[in-house]
Design a protein around this ligand. Structure first.
Ligand code: 3HC
Length: 482
């Protein structure tokens, strides 16, 4: 299947990025927008993106001019009549997409493949609105399209197999890895990513931790390229909200109900980077408190030795009545606090990776103890993440349900372990796929963490996936792979 002339309809952030990807790979691109103003915005996206590549020495001016020269912009869909492939990237409203595909079906030559970049809508619903359902696929790119190396190719029950393989070959030509999946809400990546992002908004709304602290916990602690709120702002809060609505409609899983905070921001028009403000955007300068010079401390819990040593080396002293008692734990510490003569001095400390320490305050912890614990964690070179004393604190509460969802997805037969791992690594820039993460954290630890989350929140989908539970019971430390 030869694709040389490609149409892209809709030149917002995603559509413009997709047009750039095709043009960079040497294909001729016809970019279509509704009016001249939208067209100019689309052109601006591509010019800025390729301009940045020149500034960074990744392209020279001649290559940039060639890329821009391969993109023709128009407001007339009729200009797509000769295209070999048309990729749609218009807003996520099914009626709009159906109307567009009917129009493309009329305009384009019979052999043209029509692709939708939908994040979560039914590809089958779009395909069956045309007279060529066999030549309609999902071709799902990731933001920023020129950077993220994944394309999910979504085949429906009626897509011709050579169309799926043709789009997979084309993806390789674009320098992307393709994961072929069936038509289920959210496909692989959004089905796993968006519930995690939504859950972060729920924790923020519940006051478990602050925005920047949650972002820092996931970026520095879990090693993800961005924290959840920075990523939501990149994706667009309206897109995230729409994906959650579609997931909820399909699953009726309470966790897939969009967070009220997300809905509020969308209603207020605070959509993230595209409107200049979303979760981030209006920063209030806050002054770092001067560090308390004299803090006495105690440390409790397993493996306290190294922390005690580090703090003593930094000049801090222990005491019988310390200002703060650091309880090392990966579970809530309130039951330990109530056994102390001064429960207000106890703070839970969960060390995450090499760079983060979650600092959990119980209902009894004093502000002075929290402040002292934060200072002490900074002294030992860790970013403190203040949070409430809740199961999983921040990182485990967000990470473990995501890992559990991946196990359920695989167990349902929707995608292989290799495809799920590759999709999350390449689509979201994660340092490892969920199965690789599960195996490096330890299956038992994740299973037990999920049990603790379930016991506290009674959320059915926090219960460990049966496959995970059975592997732990069988004493296995890795997932069987073919
Ligand atoms: N357009 C084009 N290129 C961009 C870009 C953009 N908007 N943003 C960054 N880049 C390029 C830079 O030019 C740079 O290129 P180089 O390495 O060739 O010089 C490279 O990306 C790295 O950029 P920076 O150094 O400025 O920034 P970071 O190292 O912080 O990386 C990031 C930025 C690539 C966005 C990284 O943080 C990341 O991978 N984040 C995760 C993004 C993600 O998860 N995307 C998927 C979202 S889900 C989705 O899109 C599906 C949808 O349906 C909802």
């Amino acid at each position: 299947m030869a694709f040389e002339r490609v149409g892209v309809v809709g030149l917002g952030t995603m559509g413009a990025g997709i047009a750039e990807v095709f043009a960079r790979a040497g294909l001729r691109v016809i970019g279509v927008e509704a009016d001249a103003e939208a067209l100019a915005r689309g052109r601006g996206h591509v010019e800025r993106s390729t301009g940045r590549a020149v500034d960074r020495g990744k392209l020279n001016e001649r290559e940039r001019a060639e890329i821009l020269g391969r993109i023709t912009l128009t407001t007339s869909r009729d200009d797509l009549s000769d295209a070999d492939l048309v990729v749609e990237a218009i807003p996520e409203i099914l009626d709009y997409k159906v109307a567009l595909f009917k129009d493309l079906d009329r305009i384009c030559k019979p052999e043209t493949v029509l692709a939708t970049n939908t994040s979560s809508l039914s590809v089958t619903a779009v395909a069956t609105a045309t007279g060529r359902p066999g030549r309609v696929v999902g071709m799902h790119f990731f933001n920023p399209a020129p950077v993220m190396r994944l394309v999910e190719v979504v085949g429906t029950v009626v897509t011709a197999p050579d169309v799926v393989s043709g789009i997979a070959d084309l993806s390789a030509r674009l320098g992307k890895t393709c994961v072929a999946v069936g038509d289920r809400a959210g496909f692989v990546v959004n089905r796993l990513l968006l519930p995690y992002l939504n859950h972060a908004a729920v924790l923020l709304d519940l006051g478990v931790a602050g925005r920047d602290d949650i972002d820092a916990a996931m970026a520095l602690g879990a090693g993800l390229p961005m924290g959840p709120f920075a990523l939501l702002d990149l994706i667009g809060l309206d897109t995230a909200y729409e994906v959650m609505c579609v997931l909820f409609d399909e699953t009726r899983d309470r966790r897939h109900a969009p967070s009220p905070l997300l809905r509020e921001l969308v209603t207020a028009g605070l959509l993230g980077r595209k409107t200049g403000r979303g979760f981030h955007g209006e920063e209030t300068a806050h002054r770092e408190r001067d560090r308390a010079e004299f803090i006495t401390f105690g440390v409790e819990g397993d493996d306290a030795g190294p922390i005690v040593e580090q703090l003593l080396r930094a000049g801090f002293k222990t005491s019988d009545e310390p200002d703060v008692v650091l309880r090392l734990a990966d579970r809530p510490v309130i039951e330990h606090a109530v056994r102390l003569p001064t429960p207000s001095a106890m703070v839970g400390v969960h060390l995450v990776g090499d760079r983060v320490a979650e600092v959990a305050s119980t209902a009894l912890t004093s502000p002075a103890a929290v402040a002292a614990a934060r200072d002490l964690m900074k002294v030992i070179g860790r970013t403190p993440v203040p949070c409430k004393d809740r199961a999983g604190f921040v990182v485990d509460a967000l990470l473990y349900p995501y890992l559990n969802d991946a196990v359920r997805m695989h167990d349902s037969g929707y995608a292989s372990i290799a495809d799920i791992d590759a999709a999350m690594r390449l689509g979201c820039g994660y340092p490892a796929g969920p199965f690789e993460m599960l195996e490096s954290i330890g299956l038992r630890r994740v299973r037990d963490g999920l049990r603790a989350l379930y016991a506290e929140y009674r959320e059915p989908s926090f219960a460990p996936a049966p496959l995970l539970d059975h592997l732990v019971t069988a004493g296995l430390s890795a997932f069987p792979r073919p």
